[in-house]
Write a protein that binds this ligand. Structure first.
Ligand SMILES: Nc1ncnc2c1ncn2[C@@H]1O[C@H](COP(=O)(O)OP(=O)(O)OP(=O)(O)O)[C@@H](O)[C@H]1O
Ligand SMILES: [Mg+2]
Length: 306
């Protein structure tokens, strides 16, 4: 039975966590870490290690597989336990609350800090841990050609945290990041509603709709100025806050304005926004990427590639 997050901390002892982090370290070298190596690393007998590992497997924190040796690897649940423990120790997280959203590639949870202030934990989950796939591949990863789902998820969280940090520092309307550990990003909550959920009649006038459009374009331009293009911008990744101002979230796939694909991706983002206003409000606005970059801001320095 997998443990709930709270149970991790009640049921797991120091030795359990030590084992989980040793497996994590050795997973840089092995897809399935030989028990022999784990035991040698921490100077314990293989028997004692094996016994503790069976317990961790019962909680689904690791999985074990028999190759020409017996080995173990972290599951996402085990990776969650390590990341959450680190965030608790850094006093970022005091308590973890319910899931408030679930994307295709993440779980979104509420959490509170020592002061009882609520914030969001975005737990990135990319790819799937496929037991069968690992059977076919070699246990020892000579080159980093195989990227494990855990590692991929961590890279995704790192990318998102970096973008959120740069953008929020520059005053762009994004959730303010708080911390990142492994595949988890802690960030401020955007109190409000996802744009795709908002009904047409919630807008009082055409002017209000146009203001929203202008604000979205303003934020897209601002992000470009900082060097970022969202890359998956649509009504699904924009929330309106309490002042009805748009906040852009979900940044791991963002690209830099220097990228060769910058113009294509920015065009796609802009088209998504134009289509949303057309479909939802029958508002046809003609605008292309160069207009997006120049129309409202004379002082905007256009990045070289665009
Ligand atoms: N900072 C936040 N404050 C409030 N709600 C949030 C926040 N971040 C995410 N959410 C909620 O969680 C949902 C999923 O978030 P997000 O889009 O970042 O995840 P995702 O896994 O990348 O999703 P998908 O792949 O489906 O686009 C959002 O639609 C939103 O309702
Ligand atoms: Mg999303």
């Amino acid at each position: 039975m997998p443990l709930s997050i709270v149970e991790f901390f009640l049921k797991l002892n120091q030795f359990d966590f030590r084992l989980l982090s040793v497996i994590e370290v050795l997973m840089a070298k092995y897809e399935i870490v030989p028990i022999e190596e784990i035991a040698a690393y921490i100077h314990y007998s293989e028997k004692k290690v094996q016994k503790a590992l069976y317990r961790l497997r019962q909680y689904k924190l690791i999985f074990m597989a028999q190759r020409h040796y017996l080995g173990a690897a972290l599951t996402f649940i085990g990776y969650d336990a390590l990341a959450l423990k680190a965030l608790v120790e850094k006093r970022i997280v005091a308590q973890i609350g319910p899931e408030v959203g679930s994307g295709k590639e993440s779980d979104i949870r509420l959490a509170v800090d020592d002061e009882n202030d609520e914030f969001i934990l975005k737990i990135h989950r990319l790819g799937k841990l496929d037991f069968r796939a690992t059977k076919r591949s070699r246990a020892f990863i000579a080159e980093k050609s195989h990227i494990s789902p855990l590692y991929e998820s961590r890279l995704s969280a790192e990318r998102e945290f970096k973008a959120l940090s740069d953008l929020s520092e520059a005053g762009i309307s994004v959730p303010k990041p708080i911390a990142q550990n492994r595949h988890i990003v802690a960030m401020h909550i955007i109190i409000g509603q996802d744009l795709y959920r908002i009904k047409k009649n919630e807008f009082e006038s055409k002017k209000e709709i146009l203001t929203l459009f202008i604000n979205i374009i303003h934020e897209m331009q601002g992000a470009v100025k900082v060097g970022y293009i969202h890359g998956d911008l649509s009504e699904y990744n924009i929330r309106l806050n309490e002042d009805n101002y748009p906040v852009f979230f979900d940044w791991p796939q963002c690209i830099e304005t220097q990228s060769e694909q910058a113009e294509r991706i920015l065009t796609r983002d802009l088209d998504n926004i134009l289509n949303y206003f057309k479909k939802k409000f029958q508002l046809t606005i003609k605008m292309n990427v160069s207009e997006l970059l120049l129309k409202y801001f004379d002082n905007l320095e256009t990045p070289s590639v665009l």
